[in-house]
Design a binder for this molecule. Structure first.
Ligand SMILES: [Zn+2]
Length: 109
């Protein structure tokens, strides 16, 4: 099986004590950060759907992008498949792309 944190081959759930600690830290942050993450995501979606302004795309993309960069949470299935470390990188990449599109859209809309 694979280490749940870094994805390396291992006999146990985690390949090292370090990975186990980091994973516990991640789940702790997720428990604490999830409500904030959800509220920011809802505000971003609300702005995109309800706010009648030319800047709504820009603002909602930037908000969503920052949300994912600060709280790099993904689905449990992604974590199982790729490990926590990789899933955080994926979430931050998605956030970075959203942020970039948000900034670019400011100049083109
Ligand atoms: Zn590991």
């Amino acid at each position: 099986m694979k280490c749940l944190y870094c994805g390396k081959e291992t006999q146990k759930d985690y390949c090292s004590q370090e990975c186990q600690q980091k994973a516990e830290q991640y789940y702790q942050n997720q428990r604490k950060g999830m409500p904030v993450f959800a509220v920011v995501a809802l505000i971003a979606i609300g702005i995109a759907l309800l706010w009648n302004s030319p800047y709504r795309t820009t603002l909602s993309l930037i908000l969503l992008g920052l949300d994912f960069i600060i709280f790099p949470f993904t689905k449990a299935s992604t974590i199982r498949r790729s490990g926590i470390q990789k899933s955080m990188t994926i979430a931050r990449c998605i956030g970075g792309i959203a942020l970039l599109f948000g900034i670019v859209s400011y100049f083109f809309l």
